[in-house]
Design a protein around this ligand. Structure first.
Ligand code: GLN
Length: 457
């Protein structure tokens, strides 16, 4: 822990950490040492981790990347944080992210951008950009992230690390600052699928008393899947019998040639390992962008109404009446992207527009989920690129919100359907920048996903 804290300081210019508290970290480390000395042996005992600053923590301030929550200290730990701590993990601090997890480049953080260690002029992806960079730059061996529409998978792809977003409801949302509650899901990011399996085993499991959308499905030991051989598999062909579906919509125009070539090469590797590639179709892929960018802002506008400067959040120093206080506090506390989404969300939910936008989006969301079920009749896993390009330059898209939204094309549909998805390093594209291979499974198929990724790695 001491080594990693020193290393984080040395690489401060990357912007990965928002909060550290050496005293608290070392106290947790001493506690782990005492448990080890008492003979306890669990995989995470004494392992230093760091958390996306969207999880509330007692020992560190929580900002969700927003000025609105500057200096906020929670009286409790998020369930995910608490479960990892119960397994003996030691917390190094909190990691930078897009404000309220809204973004895909980490440029929307009120605390400055995070830099991609592969090329510090480029974005690390987002919204879990600090998380991906902490793993890629070896500032932490493993971290937590959250994924609402790609925020674990896309930064993992841009930084060359492994990340998994489990089935919606698999990890408790208790203590996760809410963005879009029907989509938000926590997951681990690490150097390998094997490390992700260790973390996810501790993180997942029911928490129904505190999160009503948490699934009543017992916790699972995902590490058991890693060494387990698939039926009919051999040592040389560990993926034998695995049918991998390739959605034609993920390989068409709009995806950069270097990304397609890298993903195709990784898939050829899977074929050598025994997998069969099957052509499939997810015909409503394009619709996932307008559908997500109606539903997510709608839920965000409702969730963020709590930051009124009274119960929660920044309060303007000077104001007239109550309404003026709300206006000033929220205008000062929220950054431009968050304000844009609150306005979009309020608009699509308003009387007269609800049927045309929100209701329609909900109907198409259901059809998108059905498309996945038809696809899974033909294959066991679905694979494709995570994002249409490698990491872009800092500033390149910062004045163009729609360009940012379009880059989410391959991750949004999985989130809308609530399916588990992961990003596994596939190789390198243009400029030697990392490219991720996205793997998507059916509900509760985290084990087989990690198993396949582990065999590939
Ligand atoms: N990039 C997407 C957005 O801006 C997804 C973010 C996320 O998954 N938190 O909403």
């Amino acid at each position: 822990a001491q080594h990693l804290l020193a290393r984080a300081k040395q690489h401060e210019a990357l912007g990965a950490y928002l909060a550290v508290n050496e005293e608290a970290t070392l106290a947790q480390a001493r506690l782990a040492d005492a448990r080890i000395a008492a003979g306890e042996r669990t995989p995470l005992l004494g392992v230093p981790l760091a958390h996306k600053d969207i999880f509330v923590t007692k020992d560190f301030a929580t900002t969700a990347g927003s000025k609105m929550l500057a200096g906020y200290r929670s009286p409790f730990d998020a369930t995910v944080v608490q479960r990892l701590a119960a397994q003996g993990a030691v917390s190094l601090g909190k990691l930078n992210c897009d404000e309220f997890a809204m973004g895909g480049s980490n440029e929307n953080s009120a605390y400055g951008p995070v830099r991609n260690p592969w090329d510090t002029a480029r974005v690390p992806g987002g919204s879990s950009g600090g998380s991906a960079v902490a793993v890629a730059a070896r500032l932490a061996p493993a971290v937590t992230g959250t994924d609402t529409g790609g925020s674990i998978r896309q930064p993992a792809s841009f930084c060359g690390v492994t990340g998994i977003k489990p089935t919606y409801g698999r990890c408790s949302r208790y203590g996760m600052v809410a963005f879009a509650s029907s989509l938000d899901q926590a997951g681990p990011m690490a150097r390998s699928a094997a490390d992700c399996a260790v973390l996810l085993s501790a993180m997942a499991g029911p928490d129904i008393d505190r999160d009503s959308t948490s699934l009543d499905h017992p916790a699972e030991d995902y590490t058991a899947w890693l060494g387990r051989a698939r039926e009919g598999a051999t040592a040389a062909q560990p993926l034998k019998g695995l049918r991998i579906g390739l959605p034609e919509e993920f390989f068409g125009e709009g995806c950069a040639p270097d990304v397609i070539a890298t993903v195709r090469a990784a898939l050829a590797e899977c074929e050598k390992l025994g997998a069969t590639l099957v052509d499939i179709s997810l015909p409503r892929t394009e619709l996932s962008i307008p559908v997500y960018y109606i539903i997510a802002p709608a839920e965000a506008s409702s969730n963020l109404s709590r930051f009124d400067g009274v119960k929660f959040g920044h309060r303007a120093a000077q104001y007239g009446d109550l309404v003026d206080m709300y206006k000033k506090s929220r205008s000062e506390g929220f950054g431009p992207e968050v304000q844009r989404r609150i306005m979009i969300g309020t608009y699509v939910l308003s009387h007269g527009y609800y049927d045309a936008y929100y209701l329609k989006a909900q109907q198409i969301r259901r059809l998108i989920a059905q498309d996945f079920q038809s696809a899974f009749a033909q294959c066991d896993l679905i694979a494709g690129p995570v994002a249409p390009t490698v990491a872009w330059k800092i500033g390149e898209k910062s004045n163009d919100p729609v360009a940012n939204y379009l880059a989410d094309i391959y991750t949004l549909s999985t989130s809308l359907a609530g399916l588990p998805g992961m990003s596994v390093p596939a190789g390198f594209g243009e400029g030697g920048l990392p490219v991720g291979l996205q793997l998507v499974g059916n509900y509760f198929q985290e084990g087989p996903l990690l198993q396949a990724a582990h065999a590939f790695q």
